[in-house]
Design a protein around this ligand. Structure first.
Ligand code: SF4
Ligand code: SF4
Length: 174
């Protein structure tokens, strides 16, 4: 493992800031600590909502006191690849920057239509967006009018699925 491999996380934060997931799942026995917004995830597991308020400037502000197993154990595909030397640090940062650029583009476009969703997890915002606008206009009109956002979201998911999301998704986050 290279010394600086974990440093990619401080340039990223996508597993905590709502880019990848709407929720972080906690185990049956873990207590509901104050400061988190608890909910039951779509698959009925105990979870807290993301973005997590403890993430500040892409860094966990309670890193040494993180109360949940998922916070300590989660390592995305990209981090694992850097640790095992299958992806270089430079290429990992390039991928992170690609996601950041797409994410900013999508958020700007989405928030023009749904300013009240500022700060919510991106998958959740996108779902609401499709449900709301998809139901008010025909499919063809919807695609014509919002094709740019849909394409950017498709590209974002493609990168996330290819480079970040692992089997851990099922175990720890959703
Ligand atoms: S998504 Fe991966 S690289 Fe980014 S902060 Fe989480 S574990 Fe680190
Ligand atoms: S407590 Fe820290 S590691 Fe856990 S979700 Fe929040 S910011 Fe991420």
């Amino acid at each position: 493992m290279k010394d600086n491999s974990e440093n990619i996380c401080i340039k990223c934060g996508f597993c905590c800031d709502g880019t990848m997931f709407n929720y972080a799942i906690i185990t049956e026995n873990e207590p509901l600590e104050t400061g988190y917004s608890f909910e039951t995830s779509l698959n009925k597991q105990r979870s807290f909502r993301l973005p997590c308020k403890y993430l500040q400037d892409k860094v966990c502000s309670i890193y040494n006191q993180r109360p949940y197993t998922v916070c300590e154990s989660f390592r995305c595909k990209l981090l694992r690849s850097v640790i095992s030397d299958n992806v270089s640090y430079t290429d990992a940062i390039k991928t992170i920057n690609e996601v950041l650029a797409l994410k900013m583009k999508i958020e700007l476009q989405l928030l023009e239509h749904h300013p009240e969703n500022a700060g919510d997890a991106l998958p959740g915002i996108m779902k609401e967006f499709k449900a709301h606008f998809g139901s008010t206009v025909s499919d063809i009109e919807f695609r014509k009018k919002y094709g740019r956002i849909l394409l950017d979201f498709f590209l974002l998911n493609k990168i996330l699925n290819k480079s970040f999301i692992t089997g851990h998704k099922k175990k720890g986050l959703s």
